[in-house]
Design a protein around this ligand. Sequence first.
Ligand code: SF4
Ligand code: SF4
Length: 125
Amino acid sequence: MAVIDFTKENMEKCQCLRCPVQDTSECVKTKLENLKNLNPDILPDAQDFPGVYCANGCAYCEDLNREKECQCPTCGIWEDYGLGNATPSFKYCQNGKVDEYEIFEEDKYLEEGGNEELEKDTFER
Ligand code: SF4
Ligand code: SF4
């Protein structure tokens, strides 16, 4: 399994822009407005896009409603990369990006014939 990349495709799959943690943030609104002025064919800088935090690390905006429910478990990327077993496993906007070493180790373990019965206990945090 590859590490998670900050790409246009992953920006489109990301559910952060539909997340209640961000929906009252003036900072997020400003970033989204600013994005409208950029060439849509060019990847923005990570700090200018309020999402894909699993790849880019914590949010730059500080006015997030951190008590609300994270939408990562509804995201295709979360499903594709098995992030339920990663560390951190959600709220990447505040917990930081996925530990790449851990994703690699889990993948390697399964490739080597890891026991699926043991998989959950071994990698779940
Ligand atoms: S990482 Fe989770 S909590 Fe943070 S904005 Fe994205 S979906 Fe919401
Ligand atoms: S797992 Fe969460 S942070 Fe990562 S792309 Fe999906 S919704 Fe965004």
